[in-house]
Ligand binder design. Structure first.
Ligand SMILES: [Zn+2]
Length: 312
């Protein structure tokens, strides 16, 4: 593996960079990283891992921030405070959740699950909310930013399955349900985002969208069990994430620009604790200066072949 070269941090991460050639020697040096730490490796994954499952990366070369410069994600405090923001969120999510329901784990998800079963990694912290690591068979998974699988009442904490919640939204919004069925029939592919959002068809207005109150307490509103931009990672999750870094001898970052502070902080913590950090990502990351090693390549070209070399 080439020695880590410092890069200039420009305030915008994941700028497209020149990919290094994926040689047998490069793959062998990543495999050696796993052997050296004999099972005490923690994986930290990001949106880059799910791109091959059809879930786009916010910040990668084809990500939403690059395609739509004016795009601003819904912020946590806006969702809490405003009825209109919740209408907009649930209306977009009504269409946008479908790709997340339909997406399947890809070879990188499966390779990471195999590396865990074979004892090469001890666990995995993901920033992704699509649940694909669990579906691929990874067991010791910490979802740093939560998951789209459930919604939770803001007042009483009542949890509901996101698929059941979708059926309630369909009953409350028959016109939208019709448009959704038509989209499925025509195979139309609207613009998707990693959190389940979508571009809204012109004929529909957010102001008409109805969303349910909690059936238990009849006062609260539901929120997806994910951490929004501007929201905080739950204290117990943050604590556990730090413990997972400390329990391991090394960290491999897979397909993440580490642009969110909660993920960057883990890599910084690993470096401060003297843990060896390897980043596999095509594009600059916020953690480049914290890492000992950097492989400038898409994860799907590195992780599955390395798992094969290790017999996982
Ligand atoms: Zn409630």
């Amino acid at each position: 593996m080439p020695p880590f070269a410092k890069v200039r941090i420009q305030g915008l991460y994941a700028l497209p960079k020149a990919q290094e050639p994926v040689t047998a020697e490069l793959l062998e040096s990543v495999a050696e990283f796993f052997r050296r730490h004999s099972g005490r490796v923690l994986a930290i994954t990001g949106a880059g891992v799910s791109v091959a499952s059809g879930i786009p990366d916010y910040r990668g070369p084809q990500g939403t921030y690059r395609v739509h410069r004016g795009y601003t994600p819904i912020l946590h405090h806006e969702l809490i405070a405003h009825h209109a923001t919740r209408q907009r969120y649930w209306a977009r999510s009504f269409f946008g959740i479908r790709p997340a329901f339909l997406a399947s784990p890809n070879p990188t998800h499966r390779a990471l699950a195999s590396l865990e079963s074979a004892g090469h990694i001890s666990g995995l912290i993901t920033q992704n909310v699509d649940g694909l690591h669990l579906r691929a068979g990874s067991r010791n998974v910490l979802e740093l930013h939560g998951s789209l699988r459930h919604v939770r009442c803001l007042d009483c904490g009542h949890l509901e399955n996101r698929e059941d919640f979708q059926r309630t939204l369909e009953e409350l919004n028959p016109v939208w349900a019709g448009v959704g069925r038509e989209m499925l029939r025509s195979g139309e592919e609207p613009m998707r985002r990693p959190d389940g959002d979508i571009e809204l068809p012109a004929a529909l207005s957010y102001a008409d969208f109805a969303y349910p109150q909690c059936p238990k307490c009849h006062t609260g509103h539901f929120m997806p069990t994910v951490v929004f931009f501007g929201g905080n990672v739950a204290p117990e999750v943050r604590l556990r994430s730090h413990e997972m870094v400390e329990e391991n001898g090394a960290v491999i970052v897979c397909g993440s620009s580490l642009a969110t502070f909660s993920a960057f902080r883990l890599v910084r913590h690993a470096r401060e604790m003297g843990r060896e950090v390897l980043i596999v990502n095509l594009g600059e990351t916020r953690g480049d200066t914290e890492a000992k090693w950097k492989v400038e390549a898409p994860v799907e070209e590195i992780v599955p072949p390395v798992a094969a070399i290790l017999g996982a």
